[in-house]
Design a protein around this ligand. Structure first.
Ligand code: NAG
Ligand code: NAG
Ligand code: NAG
Ligand code: NAG
Ligand code: NAG
Ligand code: NAG
Ligand code: NAG
Ligand code: NAG
Ligand code: NAG
Ligand code: NAG
Ligand code: NAG
Ligand code: NAG
Ligand code: CU
Length: 570
């Protein structure tokens, strides 16, 4: 164990000393948000980065440790950073979504994110959480098991973070601005990336290819992260089977597959066992989207290379044959459904699945797209001359101009939010059949209040208004259990009988099936204001979001702590 710790510290010392120090159980990082000129495809642009790196630096910590990240904003944009999947128990001030838990860090300002990692270990990531800034501001967040603990799947020989992203040749803020203005869908990305590199299947891009160099007969833990903005991805490595062992920093019952599916906001740990002997070949590892919505999407493929180290110099090193994986069709919903059915919590005595067996509060949320009427003096380019919008229970969430958490903590909710978020949609209809004639949504900053320790069940029902689509729903502050999912309309009389309350997958982001539903359960044991939203940034921008206000409990360790003194002001 001491050796491992030494190795860790050495790693930090030699590669990341510039921004990280580790003392006792606390890890200190410095994030300098600044512009950097980056070239991809045939195009160079000035991009917002952390410390000039793309993707951003890797954050490492151990379960039980404290993480302190000082973020200095040296760009013209507003910035916040979210520690995606970290529960932030009592420390909602460090969660990061702009106007939910904090005002943005404005140009020239700093803010220190300070939190401990309790009861969690695995692969997560950090990303900006304001507008579309996360297009370039993201990086891995790796929580190692405690020093006395080990993985339930055996120690791999090496660990490699593999982060998927999306690249636009233009400034992504201009892309979302234009979409919100015209009402049309935003311009799609120009490439997908693996660790910031699009790979050889794009123009001017062969030199920007991620290469994983491996030795035969070893086991590699690949920490896969989907940081793309608007696309779920299939991923596969040619001629190799991988073993899925963890999702969203929760150990699962291992299973073998050729292809995984990963939605934005999700993480997946897989074991890659390399071939026993040098294969005299190279292999693509490829990702391309799983697409369900209507409209235009980036349907390109990113590829990296799996390269075996030559056993000796007599083997040829150039012109090796390259094998390509076959990925499911872009719209292969049966594959997606079958894959998600295979995910089961480990649910053993060391890592139990604490599924709430009784439910205090039930909610039925319709999620999907809708429209806003075109302003009188404008022409709009959304469906039938309207503007695209998105909603939960027909409410398109409006961000306030100050942070909800501040308003809540200081008892100043008046004029900021109201607590009337509905338990059910305004009227029932055949959610996945012929849509109602009126597709317009309402707008508001509405939240739902939950007493401390309430057990909650939410049916997430996709709608066919403007087309069915798989939506990756993400909840801040909690993991939830996905106790059921299916296609069509959720049936309150029949479907609960089929719920899995024994070993359902526990995670923080669920892909709600296209034209179907998913049912989640969680225990509201973390006081604060917690965002729940679609992790497609385009739907997030259009309003597919809401917030839960979880009240303090009676005991001191059940209360939201006071805000740090440097909390940004609006
Ligand atoms: C982080 O929070 C802890 C606990 O409140 C506090 O003791 C510590 O001083 C904080 N560190 C920084 C750098 O703000
Ligand atoms: C490791 O130590 C922590 C506290 O120091 C303890 O709670 C935990 O049960 C231990 N885990 C194992 C696997 O021994
Ligand atoms: C996008 O819109 C925001 C707010 O209206 C504005 O501050 C920003 O300059 C715009 N950015 C670009 C690149 O158009
Ligand atoms: C989006 O694409 C259209 C058509 O190619 C182009 O005219 C427009 O400038 C693009 N918008 C941005 C923000 O790049
Ligand atoms: C890779 O898989 C292809 C198709 O299944 C097969 O033809 C080929 O022989 C395999 N190559 C290696 C080196 O495993
Ligand atoms: C990918 O999208 C392009 C442009 O929208 C389209 O022309 C092409 O047919 C699509 N390819 C596939 C395989 O769907
Ligand atoms: C449309 O009218 C509104 C209010 O009358 C005004 O604020 C806005 O600037 C106008 N927009 C355009 C594009 O003229
Ligand atoms: C647009 O209007 C036409 C004719 O009124 C209607 O058939 C169609 O369903 C509408 N499309 C959308 C997306 O609302
Ligand atoms: C909903 O619409 C679908 C598609 O038209 C149809 O197959 C289904 O029977 C309808 N369900 C109900 C409950 O009416
Ligand atoms: C939509 O409008 C048509 C014609 O006005 C009407 O016959 C139909 O019942 C309406 N459908 C719904 C779902 O409201
Ligand atoms: C929460 O409620 C459960 C019963 O549903 C109880 O067993 C547990 O002790 C409570 N937890 C806290 C922290 O109050
Ligand atoms: C940055 O945030 C502040 C505080 O909310 C706001 O007043 C300002 O308009 C924002 N600036 C931009 C460029 O969005
Ligand atoms: Cu969505």
């Amino acid at each position: 164990m001491g050796a491992l710790l030494f190795a860790l510290n050495a790693l930090l010392l030699f590669s990341e000393l510039a921004f990280a120090t580790h003392t006792g159980g606390t890890w200190h990082y410095k994030f300098d948000v600044k512009l950097k000129s980056v070239k991809r495809l045939c195009n160079r642009k000035n991009m917002v980065t952390v410390n000039g790196r793309f993707p951003g630096p890797k954050i490492m910590a151990r379960e039980g440790d404290r993480v302190v990240v000082e973020v200095a904003n040296n760009v013209q944009n507003n910035v916040t950073i979210h520690w995606h999947g970290i529960r932030q128990i009592q420390t909602g001030w460090a969660d990061g979504p702009a106007y939910i838990t904090q005002c943005p860090i404005q140009t020239g300002q700093r803010y220190v994110y300070n939190f401990t990692i309790t009861g969690q270990r695995g692969t997560l990531f950090w990303h900006a959480h304001v507008s579309w800034m996360r297009a370039t501001l993201y990086g891995p967040l790796i929580v190692l098991p405690m020093q006395n603990a080990s993985y339930p799947f055996g120690q791999p020989d090496e660990e490699v973070p593999i982060t998927f992203g999306e690249w636009w040749n233009v400034n992504t803020e201009a892309v979302i601005n234009q979409s919100l203005q015209t009402g049309a869908g935003p311009n799609v990305s120009d490439a997908y990336t693996i660790n910031g590199k699009p790979g050889p299947l794009y123009n001017c891009s062969a030199k920007d290819t991620f290469k994983l160099k491996v030795k035969p007969g070893k086991t590699y833990l690949l920490r896969l992260i989907n940081a793309a903005l608007n696309d779920e991805l299939f991923f596969s490595i040619a001629n190799h089977t991988i073993t899925v062992v963890e999702v969203d920093a929760i150990y699962i019952k291992p299973f073998n597959t050729k292809t995984i599916l990963i939605a934005p906001g999700q993480t997946t740990n897989v074991l890659l066992k390399t071939k026993p002997h040098y294969p005299n070949a190279a292999f693509f590892m490829s990702a391309r989207p799983y697409l369900t919505g209507l409209g235009t999407f980036d349907n390109t493929t990113t590829a990296g290379l799996l390269e075996y180290e030559k056993p000796n110099s007599s083997f040829p090193s150039t012109n090796l044959p390259i094998f390509k994986p076959s990925l499911p069709a872009l719209n292969d919903t049966p594959y997606a459904a079958n894959y998600s059915q295979r995910l089961r919590s480990l649910a053993n005595s060391q890592f139990p699945a604490n599924v709430p067996l009784t439910v205090d509060k039930r909610f039925f949320f319709t999620i999907g797209l809708g429209a806003d009427p075109c302003p009188k003096n404008q022409t709009c380019q959304g469906p039938n001359g309207t503007k695209f919008s998105a909603s939960i229970n027909n409410i398109s969430f409006v961000l306030p101009t100050t942070a909800l958490l501040q308003a809540h903590f200081f008892g100043q909710s008046n004029g900021v939010y109201n607590t009337s978020f509905p338990n059910n949609p305004p009227f029932p209809f055949n959610y996945t059949g012929t849509p109602p004639n009126n597709t317009f949504v309402s707008h508001g900053t509405k939240v739902r209040v939950l007493p401390f320790n309430t057990t909650v069940e939410v049916v997430l029902q996709d709608t066919s208004i403007l087309g069915v689509e798989s939506h990756p729903l993400h909840l801040h502050g909690f993991n939830f259990f996905v106790v059921g999912q299916g296609f069509g309309n959720f049936d309150r009389n029949k479907d609960p009988a089929k719920f899995n309350l024994v070993d359902p997958i526990e995670r923080n982001t669920v892909g709600v099936p296209s034209g179907g539903w998913a049912v989640i359960r969680f225990r509201a044991d973390n006081p604060g204001v917690w965002f729940m939203h679609c992790h497609f940034d385009v739907h997030l921008s259009w309003g597919l979001k809401m917030a839960w206000v979880v009240l303090d409990g009676k005991l001191p360790n059940q209360k939201l702590l006071p805000p740090p003194s440097d909390l940004p002001k609006c």
